[in-house]
Design a protein around this ligand. Structure first.
Ligand SMILES: NC(=O)c1ccc[n+]([C@@H]2O[C@H](COP(=O)([O-])OP(=O)(O)OC[C@H]3O[C@@H](n4cnc5c(N)ncnc54)[C@H](OP(=O)(O)O)[C@@H]3O)[C@@H](O)[C@H]2O)c1
Length: 383
């Protein structure tokens, strides 16, 4: 039977890689609904190829533009957050891929979880913002949340067939990003182009900057806590510049299970799509004779303060992770607009967190309120 997919963020890096995997298995997967932002040309191309019934764009004004590009297609076109929620909850979808970037994905992802269908989650910011509510909703609606993040996919794979209560530690690997060895005194001179040049992964702009500042690992730390029901003390981060070991799980007998593979998101995407089965993903197979070294280092929180801030947010809980995430989104956007230096990203996040009085985050509305407050505060700091 063909599995029908709804994809949020179809025009992004994860969305495009997901559609690449889908195209390799035409008997197994079809696309019923797509949600995108502003890339109307790419979306038109996807509509022509995958023929979804429903499509959502960010701006209402783009509906007509899209219609003009695809006169031969008769799909329904909607817009805005309400449109993305329609995609997330399409009645014909069997699974939902959540791959919008940032807090914009929160309500659509939450709506998808509440349908009880499996949600394949790339949009880690949503779990950082509102992990407690998302996990509670997943439990209540019997929704299986499967990670599309190489580290969390590796953890899930390393847990298969093992007793969960015998886990002693999760080891999240980090590439260290493009500035792992760059002298710290030159960090304020880092350009947008340098920060966008990740050594191992080809990703969207926001996550690429998060990888350069190592905030991405901080977000993943919090994501892992929620997905695998762990305490901060149970998660370690180790820098592994080759990005071949995607993460590890340590058990009480000292054994460590790891998952290895080439750094290509089609691996975790195909695992989440086929779970608990496996299927071809298009990834280049590993050639161990060409992988001369697998090295490991401790992360440096002095050079990369975002790691420290994320641990602080994880330990405090409540609204602080949502505040951290929102301040980071504003600071990253300002850096990408050449409005602030690279080092200001962490400064703005830290100052916004300092100004916040942490409260309980018991609902999506609490997370949205903390997010809104933090955006305004961080924008003031950027200005
Ligand atoms: N890329 C990776 O390798 C990777 C790995 C692990 C996890 N992730 C996570 O996956 C998520 C997506 O990352 P990405 O690299 O694919 O990002 P990306 O390339 O920037 O794509 C983001 C997608 O979200 C859409 N979008 C943005 N704002 C929107 C809005 N307000 N309403 C509707 N759609 C909106 C974009 O649409 P338009 O382009 O049409 O504007 C695009 O389709 C992020 O949370 C990231 O942390 C990514």
């Amino acid at each position: 039977m063909t599995t029908q997919l709804s994809i949020l963020g179809s025009t992004g890096s994860i969305g495009v890689s997901t559609l690449d995997v889908v195209q390799r298995h035409p008997q197994r997967y079809a696309v019923v609904a797509l949600a995108a932002g502003r890339n109307i040309a790419k979306l038109a191309e996807q509509v022509r190829t995958f023929k979804p019934k429903l499509v959502s764009v960010l701006n209402q004004a783009d509906i007509e533009k899209l219609q003009q590009l695809i006169p031969e297609c008769h799909c329904t076109i909607v817009s805005g957050e309400a449109g993305a929620i329609q995609v997330a909850t399409h009645p014909d979808a069997d699974k939902v891929v959540s791959a919008m970037v940032g807090a914009a994905g929160l309500k659509p992802t939450y709506a998808a979880i509440c349908t009880g269908k499996p949600v394949l989650l790339a949009n880690k910011e949503t779990l950082v913002m509102a992990g407690e509510c998302m996990m509670a909703a997943a439990k209540e609606h019997h929704c299986t949340l499967l990670p599309i993040d190489s580290e969390h996919s590796a953890i899930l794979q390393s847990m298969q067939g093992q007793p969960r209560d015998r886990i002693t530690r999760i080891i999240l690997t980090a590439s260290g990003g493009p500035f792992r060895t760059r002298p710290q005194e030159t960090f304020s001179k880092i350009t947008r182009e340098e920060a966008l040049a990740h050594p191992n992964w080809n990703m969207g702009a926001k996550i690429t900057i998060d990888s350069a500042s190592m905030m991405n690992k901080g977000l993943e730390f919090i994501e892992a806590m929620w997905l695998f029901d762990l305490k901060p003390a149970q998660i370690d981060i180790v820098v592994h510049p080759q990005s071949i070991i995607h993460s590890m799980v340590e058990y009480c007998d000292g054994s460590v299970m790891a998952q290895l593979g080439m750094p290509d998101m089609r691996g975790p995407i195909s695992y989440a799509l086929a779970y608990p089965d496996r299927m071809a993903s298009g990834i280049t197979p590993m050639d161990f004779t060409k992988t001369s070294q697998l090295t490991f280092e401790a992360p440096d929180t002095k050079r990369f303060p975002c790691l420290r801030l994320a641990r602080q947010a994880a330990e405090a809980g409540g609204t602080l992770p949502a505040v951290m995430n929102a301040a980071n989104e504003i600071a990253v956007a300002a850096f990408l607009d050449n409005k602030i230096h690279f080092t200001k990203i962490a400064d703005i996040v830290e100052e916004t967190m300092k100004r916040h009085t942490t409260q309980r985050c018991g609902s999506i509305e609490d997370a949205v309120a903390a997010d809104t407050w933090a955006r305004e505060t961080a924008k003031g700091l950027v200005a």
